[in-house]
Design a protein around this ligand. Sequence first.
Ligand code: URA
Length: 205
Amino acid sequence: EKPQKRQGNAATVWAAIRDEAMACTRCPLYRDATQTVFGEGPLDAALFFIGEQPGDQEDVAGRPFVGPAGQLFDAALAEAGVDRSRAYVTNAVKHFKFVRQGKRRLHQSPDAGEIQACRWWLGQEIDLIRPRVIVALGASAARAMLGKAVTISRTRGSAIGLESGAEGWVTVHPSYLLRLPDEAKRAEERARFVQELRMIGARVK
Ligand code: URA
C-alpha cells in the first residue's frame, strides 16, 4: 500500500497528510488517546528528529516534546548549539499509549506492530521534507527509522545511509536520561547526548 500522490505546495500537502493522520485508525491506540500528535517544524528542515510517541502532556497539548522529556531535549539542543525551531520534530508513533493508575496515565512503550502501522505517516513526513539528516531518539524511533530492531549502544556514533537518501543517526531518548537514578551517571550520559547533538548538528551546517 502506497500513499496517494498529492497536489499542491509543501504546506498544503503537509496539512493534508496531518488532517488524515488526525483521523487515523490504523492501530487501536487512537481509541484512548486524546488526539493524534503530528510532527511540526519547517518543511524545508535539513534536520529531522524522531521521538517515540507523545507523552501525557503532549497528548493534551497536541504538540511533540513539550513535557519533561521535551524540556530536557530543548536544554540539550540549546547547549549543543542546535536551533530546534529549524528542525522538524516528530514521533515514531503519533498516539499516546498508556495504562491508567488511579488518576495518573503511565506511559507504555509502543509495540512493533504499532510502530509499523505508524510508519505510514512517518514515511510521508520524510518524503515531503526530504531532510539531509534524521536522528532517531531511542529504540522505538530507531526501529521506525530503520524498519528493524537495533540496539542503541551498538548503533549510536556512526552514520547510517537510509533509503530516503538521508543520513541516519541513532542516539538515546531524553527520557532515558531522566530515568537514570545515579546522578553522576546521569550527568555523564547527558553530556554524551549533548556532544552527539553538537556533532550531528554540525552535519547540516
Ligand atoms: N517523548 C517522546 O518520544 N515524544 C514526545 O513527543 C514526548 C515525549
